[in-house]
Design a protein around this ligand. Sequence first.
Ligand SMILES: *Cc1c(COP(=O)(O)O)cnc(C)c1O
Length: 406
Amino acid sequence: MYPQLEIPNTLAAGPGPGNTDPRVLESFARAGVADHMQADVTRGMMESKLMLREVFGTRNIHTFAVGGTGFSGLDCAFAPILPGDPVVVFVNGTFSGIDDLAIRMKASTPADLAADPMNPKPDNVITINVPHGQSVTGEIVEAALAEHKPMWAFMAHWETGSGRINDLQGFNDACANHDAMGIVDAVSSLGISDFNIDDYPAVTTWASCPQKGILALPLTYAPVSFNDRVIDLLKKRGCYTYVHNPILEARHWGIIDGKDVDTPAYHRTHSGYAVASFHEALRLLLQHGRAQKAADYAFFETGLRQAIEAMGCEVTSNMTSLVVCNLPGALAGREKELVGACRAEGFGIWPTLSEPVQVRVGILNQLTDAALTDIVGRLADAMLKMGAEFSRENIMAGLADYLASR
Ligand SMILES: *Cc1c(COP(=O)(O)O)cnc(C)c1O
């Protein structure tokens, strides 16, 4: 028999997952053994549903969470896309690239799939590639939707692969101008940026993940929200999935026939542990307050960015939970070596997952002076060990001054 698996504590200082709050872990471990129709489990799901509407800033009745990871929520978000539907997809990094693949699979006919089963390229999906390190702008979206007049348009709000914020207002406005139904991957922005999805009415569908801004345990629940326009379409046309059918899946969250009901209906076996921990993560987020949390991320990201620039790196990102950078000239090409050395010591930073190779350092759930100081100190040590030339003392003093300025 293998020995019992031990997994150490590391400092998650990358794009996600973030370090789980002890309160979330405790609620997971404290949950009793109860089935998925037990009254407190279903009450927890219905309270989570109501908290999610606040987190999303929405009155969409079809707001709930999908068991699994971010891509599970996205799979549910893409479920209403049927073979042959015209779609325009904007890609500016790893994750919107995977979303593009997932959408092409949904929009493929059997012949499209057979032609290239793992990477189908249906003519009805137009992919607009925006170079890594740049944002998708409203002008890019407007021009593409004006030309192609699609039924659906897709964009990532914050592209975590390159650390870029895309133009949500511009995306919404272009969708409205050209009567496209917008789908947004809000995996990296929900719970970090302070926005209300109801301010973007042409975006019909939103999907996020458990372990980034929401800071629930990974593999628990991915938040999603659908407005009535897409739900009405789904009622008319259906879709090719039971488990990720938004109307059917919502039943277990007490959303039936477009209304909140007191008695949910079985859809699949949810977990009391997952529900308890997810519920606690949402409580934590709302107790901190969306606006305060967004301001805290912006403050600490600026401190991290300034320190990384003072170490000689070039920062190319503009997200507030993550800094993506190029190493100073003398260390260029050694990004994976740096990341590997840090990770071997339990300091979990990341490289980019698609070209070009850059370093990604994040601050999910690290919103304290001590945590940021620890991250900057560890990064400085690792870079100095590789031969970078800067004064550690100056970097740390600069950071301390910045933190004291608050
Ligand atoms: C992390 C991420 C995903 C994938 O989420 P998983 O939980 O790994 O499935 C998708 N889109 C974006 C923008 C992400 O940052």
